[in-house]
Design a protein around this ligand. Structure first.
Ligand code: SF4
Ligand code: SF4
Ligand code: SF4
Length: 316
């Protein structure tokens, strides 16, 4: 992927030189192996630090809401879906945004890599489809696709849905699958409740999931209000934690781009994607709608037609 770094750098330099944008939001080398970090290039010199690799996992859309200046962003498929969702909510002005779209096959999950080698990874090298992981006393090779995040393995939208410039070749289309949600739905009500209670017991209410999500941006979150105080301020109970998470997921219905940022951000390893993807599946099945795919349609929960399966809204 090194050559893509060069193309992104050249594109960013040109945009900054020609003053088409004031800022390029992309990625730079992280300070640890298997990490890249969000990076803000405001000068041509800084543009030389931009990179692209299999660790550019952050959804950079988080940095694009309500910006005054003209901005370019390096965006994967999921990022562009979040951009579209936020354009519909008037949070992003398309006129002021230049999208450098990058087709994406997947990003590498550090936890999977660590589990594979069973030790601290001090160096990682990617050659084609293979990754070599090195540490004290070990050097192990693996197909990189086996270490992709689960979100990426099942991602059907690796290609940017909108862009001003496409960098790299489009990736092959994949079929959308909700297998893990279907497995969860097949469990009894008691089993589902017990699973959710167990997961919510682990929550420390750090709100990293909320903060990582580009489409979670209320100026004041319901969990932070004190009058009225909807739920306790600390992670006292699994029930309160579930109320927080339930409301968060409901607020993402028709807006969630299935990027997996919330699950990746969770320090407790809670399977948040099971909840968010249940929402994605239900919205698709109920309204035939997937978030962020079409810049021209209306947000699904802001729209109504007499054909909608919602007879309670209709008056005879
Ligand atoms: S969810 Fe899709 S577009 Fe996003 S990082 Fe994973 S493979 Fe790439
Ligand atoms: S709810 Fe999670 S998966 Fe959905 S858009 Fe937000 S961060 Fe991404
Ligand atoms: S990131 Fe995880 S631990 Fe933190 S509030 Fe969200 S679910 Fe709870």
């Amino acid at each position: 992927m090194q050559n893509l770094s060069k193309v992104i750098q050249d594109t960013a330099k040109k945009l900054l030189e020609e003053k088409k944008v004031d800022l390029v939001v992309g990625f730079a080398q992280g300070s640890l192996p298997l990490r890249s970090t969000p990076y803000f290039a405001r000068t041509v010199d800084q543009a030389a630090n931009l990179i692209w690799d299999e660790y550019c996992e952050n959804n950079l859309t988080n940095y694009l809401r309500k910006r005054e200046e003209k901005v370019a962003v390096v965006a994967k498929g999921c990022d562009t879906r979040s951009i579209v969702a936020l354009m519909k909510e008037n949070q992003i002005d398309r006129e002021k945004l230049y999208i450098i779209g990058v087709p994406c096959q997947g990003m590498i999950d550090r936890k999977k890599a660590s589990k594979l080698v069973g030790g601290e990874i001090l160096e990682a090298e990617i050659n084609g489809e293979e990754i070599t992981l090195k540490g004290n006393g070990f050097e192990q090779k693996a197909p990189k696709a086996e270490l992709y995040y689960d979100t990426c393995i099942r991602c059907a939208y690796g290609n940017p849905v909108i862009y001003d410039e496409l960098v790299g070749e489009e990736v092959a289309a994949k079929e959308l699958s909700f297998a893990e949600v279907e497995e969860f739905e097949a469990k009894s009500a008691e089993e589902r409740a017990s699973f959710l209670a167990q997961e919510m017991e682990k929550c420390i209410r750090c709100y990293a999931c909320r903060n990582a999500c580009p489409t979670c941006y209320c100026p004041e979150c319901f969990v932070d209000t004190s009058s009225p105080q909807w739920i306790s301020k600390r992670a006292y109970s699994a029930k309160d934690n579930l109320i927080f998470q339930g409301v968060r997921v409901f607020h993402q219905l028709g807006r969630c781009a299935d990027c997996g940022a919330c699950e990746r951000a969770c320090p407790m390893g809670i399977k948040l994607s099971l909840l968010t993807r249940k929402g994605v599946k239900d919205v698709k099945e109920t309204f035939g709608y997937e978030a962020g795919l079409n810049p021209d349609d209306k947000p699904v929960l802001n729209d109504f037609t007499p054909d909608d399966p919602q007879p309670f809204l209709m008056k005879e």
